[in-house]
Design a protein around this ligand. Sequence first.
Ligand SMILES: Cc1ncc(C[n+]2csc(CCO)c2C)c(N)n1
Length: 221
Amino acid sequence: MSFFERLKTAASAEWRAYTGHPFTDAMADGSLPEAAFRHYLVQDYLFLIEFARAYALAIYKSPSLADMRESAAGLSAILDVEMDLHIKLCAGWGLSPGDLERAPPAVEMLAYTRYVLDAGMRGDLLALKVALAPCVIGYAEIATRLASRPGARAATNPYSVWISEYAGALYQEVAANARAQLERLASRYATPAREAELIAIFREATRLEADFWEMGWRARP
Ligand SMILES: Cc1ncc(C[n+]2csc(CCO)c2C)c(N)n1
């Protein structure tokens, strides 16, 4: 079994709660109230700013130039691609990038981003990439599942743009690269003695991802 499969198996209850959250199903069938999605997306913009810092930390923590380039590509995927989706969608509600940056941060956003940054600061690159894995690999898995639902990508679904973005080739490749890098790092730096610590980081980050959906889900009118 691959390293990532072992992490997922060890955190299977948390992984299921995250990747199968009702928020995601409601995006697929278009029934998610706009207010819930809007709250999620504004907080996700703040989340991406902090995650950009986590990728910058990963560049710093990289033992090799190849690892550095890998994290630099992730950083650019956030700053140059992913945030554009948020800016475009929020512009439709009359929100400017400045409005988004000034939004009051939710505790779920703070808890998750602080956790990942802290895991990265006290640990090595592998620990940081394990903390980032639920985010990068999870969204690719969720979007692929949602895109396979009938009507999910139809123009009548207000969430088709979001689904198509993460189910699209670009993000699928970002996730595949992240997964391959995780396997490479694990083969070099994971030892049986470290496995419990790495599983604990993965489980906690996955739980905080589910809490992030839950934050949006609670914002339903
Ligand atoms: C709560 C939350 N979790 C995951 C992602 C997805 N994501 C964040 S950074 C990144 C990698 C490079 O773009 C990806 C796929 C998100 N947007 N919000």
